[in-house]
Design a protein around this ligand. Structure first.
Ligand SMILES: [Zn+2]
Ligand SMILES: [Zn+2]
Length: 136
């Protein structure tokens, strides 16, 4: 059994590695991978959970829905800084440590601790933002 399971899991991991810095819903993953015949739907669900537990995938709630989105964690560093996601093009930006500390320290003093591994801030990237020059 081991060999088959490992191959399916590798197909899933490879898919995420090919699309770094992109968030996917489970539907999108199923659509892409099942059409290639690499992996079954149930195996996708099973292996996503495993990869999340291992820390290879970041799981975050999609804004305004109850769906979850998954993103490949490039390296260990991605666990220690915050991420920004563009609402229009879906690009992900990695905050540097200094910016992350500013945001985290802003929440200090409240009784709430931000989980930087799961927190995604939404907005608009430079490319998608309309020109903000002077009018006229
Ligand atoms: Zn990162
Ligand atoms: Zn954008």
């Amino acid at each position: 059994m081991g060999r088959y399971n490992t191959n399916q899991r590798k197909a899933l991991a490879d898919f995420f590695k090919e699309h770094r810095d992109t968030y996917f819903s489970t539907d999108e993953i199923v659509n892409s991978l099942c059409s290639r015949g690499d992996i079954s739907k149930s195996a996708i669900y099973r292996n996503i959970d495993k990869l999340v537990r291992e820390g290879s995938l970041q799981k975050s709630a999609e804004e305004g829905s109850r769906k979850f989105l998954y993103r490949y964690v490039n390296d260990d560093r991605c666990g220690s800084h915050l991420h920004l996601k563009c609402l229009l093009c879906g690009s992900v930006y990695h905050m540097d440590d200094r910016q992350t500390q500013i945001v985290l320290s802003a929440a200090k003093g409240s009784s709430f601790v931000i989980d930087e591994k799961r927190t995604v801030l939404y907005g608009m990237c430079e490319r998608c933002r309309p020109e903000t020059g002077e009018k006229g």
